[in-house]
Design a protein around this ligand. Structure first.
Ligand SMILES: C[S@@+](CC[C@H](N)C(=O)[O-])C[C@H]1O[C@@H](n2cnc3c(N)ncnc32)[C@H](O)[C@@H]1O
Length: 467
C-alpha cells in the first residue's frame, strides 16, 4: 500500500486513513447507493464503481469519523459479474450507479437489500421475500427526463449533473431514457443555441431557459415538451416553437413553466401553453391519465403495471370492500383497484394531484372512487377515529415512510389487509415492524422499477393476525 497524504488537517486523530492516500482493498458488498464497501485498517471505505469479490486500488477522497470514501483507480481482480456499461458518460453522470453490474446480479442484490433491511428493523430472517421482478429489456424505460441546460464555452449543454457537483454532463444518448427523449433533448439544445436564446446562469441567476422536460406517453404515443424558464418573457418564442414543431413533428404539446426563484426545484407555479394540448394522455391498463407538466406519474410504465397488478393481487378484492389509497398521487393505485372494490377513498397532500385524480376517474369511467386533499395522517386518522372501517388500506408514502400517527391509527382500526408500497426498504421495514404488533407479513415482492440504479420498489402484504 502506497501513501500519498495531501490533506492531513481534515483527518480526525482516531482515523488513520488520510485524504489522498492510495489503498488496495477487497470489496465485500454493495452499499445502499450501489457503491462497493470494504475495510482498510478496520475503517469502512466506500468506493463507487467497485463490486463485491473485487480487489481494487482506490484513492481516499473523504474521511469521516465512521467511514471514508475513495475513488476507484484500478481493478486488480475483477468480479465475474462486472459488465461493460453501454452508456458513454456512465462514469461522469450521476443518473445510474449499477450499469457495471450484470442485470441478474442487480436483481439479486436488490432482493438482498430488502432482506437486510427487514432483518435489521424486525429482527426476522424468516420473511417471505420473493425474487425481484425485473425487465426483459432493462433499458430505455423512462418516460420523462428533467434536463438542466447551461452555456459552456459558447455551447449549449443539456444533461444531468455529475455526482455531488453542478457540472453538467451531456446525456444526449442516455441508455435508460426513451430514444425520443434523447432526440428531443438534442434538438431543443441545438435550436436554443442556433437562435441564441439566453440560457440560465445558476450562480448569477440570469439568463432565461433553465430546464428541458420531455415526457412520453408510452401507450398513447403523445409527447409533451416543457421548457422551464426564469422569466415569462421568452425571446424568439414564435421562431423557437416553429422550429421545434418542424424538427419534432410528433410533439403533442409544447409548454412553458416559469420558475423565477433561485432554487434547485425544477418547476415554478405558473405554466402556460405555447402550442398544442395542455396535457398529454397516457393509459395504464384500462385507466386513462391526463398529465400536466407537473403531475407526478411513475417513470417506468411497464414495471408500474406489474407493480399495480401485485397490489391488486395482494388486496384480494371481491367487489365488497372499502379501500383506502393513502398517498394516492394522481389516483393511480386507487383507480386500478376501483373496478374490483365497492368504493375507494384516495388521499394526497397536493391539490393538483387530487384534481388530476378526479379527472382521471371521469376519463376512465370510474364512479366509485373519491379523492380528498390533505395529509394522510390527518384525514385518515380523523376518519378512523370516527369509526370509518376500511377493509383494505394501501399506503404508498414518500421515501420517509408513514407518519407514526397513521401507523398507530391503522393498528387501532385494524383493516383486514394493509398493502404497503414503498421505494425505500429501510422505512418500509421500520414501519412494518410497528405493524407486526397486529399483522403478519405474508409477502414481500421487490419490483425493479429503476434498472441500472440502486433503487428498488416493494409491494408488501400485511394480513391481520386473527384473519
Ligand atoms: C411515492 S408517491 C405515490 C403516488 C402514487 N401512489 C403513484 O403510484 O403514482 C407519494 C405521494 O405521497 C404524497 N404525500 C407526501 N406526503 C403526504 C402526506 N403526509 N399525506 C398525503 N400525501 C402525501 C405525495 O404528494 C405523492 O403524491
Amino acid at each position: 500500500m502506497t501513501k500519498q497524504p495531501q490533506n492531513k488537517t481534515s483527518v480526525p486523530s482516531t482515523i488513520r486513513l488520510q485524504v489522498g492516500q492510495v489503498v488496495t482493498m477487497d470489496v465485500n458488498r454493495l452499499g445502499i447507493n450501489g457503491e462497493g464497501i470494504g475495510y482498510v485498517e478496520r475503517q469502512v471505505v466506500f468506493v463507487d464503481g467497485a463490486l463485491p469479490g473485487e480487489k481494487v486500488t482506490a484513492r481516499i477522497t473523504h474521511v469521516e469519523p465512521k467511514f471514508a470514501r475513495a475513488k476507484l483507480l484500478r481493478i486488480v481482480k475483477e468480479s465475474e459479474q462486472r459488465v461493460k456499461p453501454p452508456c458513454p458518460v456512465y462514469e461522469h453522470c450521476g443518473g445510474c450507479s449499477l450499469q457495471h453490474l450484470d442485470y441478474q446480479a442487480q436483481l439479486e442484490w436488490k432482493r438482498e437489500l430488502v432482506r437486510e433491511s427487514f432483518a435489521r428493523y424486525t429482527g426476522r430472517s424468516d420473511l417471505p421475500i420473493q425474487p425481484t421482478i425485473g425487465m426483459d429489456h432493462p433499458w430505455e424505460y423512462r418516460n420523462k427526463a428533467q434536463l438542466p441546460v447551461a452555456l459552456v464555452g459558447g455551447k449549449v449543454l443539456a444533461g444531468l449533473y455529475a455526482p455531488g457537483s453542478h457540472k453538467l454532463v451531456d446525456t444526449s444518448a442516455c441508455a435508460i431514457q426513451h430514444p425520443t427523449t434523447n432526440e428531443i433533448m438534442r434538438v431543443v439544445r441545438d435550436t436554443l443555441e442556433e437562435l441564441k436564446i439566453p440560457i440560465y446562469h445558476e450562480k448569477k441567476h440570469s439568463g432565461i431557459v433553465r430546464t428541458i422536460v420531455p415526457r412520453i406517453g408510452f401507450e398513447t404515443g403523445e409527447v409533451q415538451l416543457t421548457l422551464v424558464t426564469r422569466t415569462e418573457e421568452l425571446p424568439k418564442k414564435k421562431e423557437l416553437v416553429e422550429r421545434l414543431r418542424d424538427r419534432l413533428p410528433y410533439l403533442t404539446s409544447i409548454m412553458q413553466n416559469i420558475n423565477p426563484a433561485k432554487t434547485s426545484l425544477i418547476f415554478g407555479d405558473k405554466t402556460i401553453l405555447l402550442w398544442g394540448k395542455e396535457r398529454i394522455e397516457e393509459r395504464l391498463g384500462e385507466v386513462r391519465f391526463a398529465l400536466s407538466p407537473r403531475a407526478f406519474f411513475q417513470l417506468n410504465p411497464e414495471q408500474t403495471a406489474k407493480l399495480y397488478n401485485l397490489v391488486a393481487e395482494a388486496a384480494s378484492l371481491t367487489g365488497e370492500e372499502t379501500v383506502v389509497d393513502a398517498y394516492c398521487g394522481v389516483g393511480t393505485i386507487g383507480l386500478w383497484l376501483a373496478p374490483k372494490a365497492k368504493e375507494v377513498l384516495g388521499i394526497d397532500v397536493i391539490p393538483e394531484a387530487i384534481e388530476d385524480a378526479r379527472e382521471n376517474a371521469v376519463r376512465s369511467g370510474i364512479r366509485n372512487a373519491r379523492f380528498e386533499v390533505g395529509l394522510a395522517e390527518k384525514i385518515l386518522v380523523d376518519r378512523l377515529k370516527k369509526g370509518f372501517r376500511p377493509d383494505v388500506v394501501v399506503v404508498d408514502p414518500p421515501r420517509t415512510g408513514c407518519d407514526q400517527s397513521l401507523l398507530r391509527a391503522m393498528l387501532k382500526a385494524s383493516p383486514a389487509r394493509i398493502v404497503y408500497v414503498s421505494c425505500n426498504p429501510s422505512t418500509l421495514a421500520k414501519d412494518c415492524n410497528i405493524l407486526l404488533e397486529k399483522y403478519e407479513i405474508e409477502n414481500i415482492q421487490p419490483v425493479d422499477l429503476f434498472p441500472q440504479t440502486a433503487h428498488v420498489e416493494c409491494c408488501t402484504l400485511l394480513v391481520r393476525k386473527d384473519k
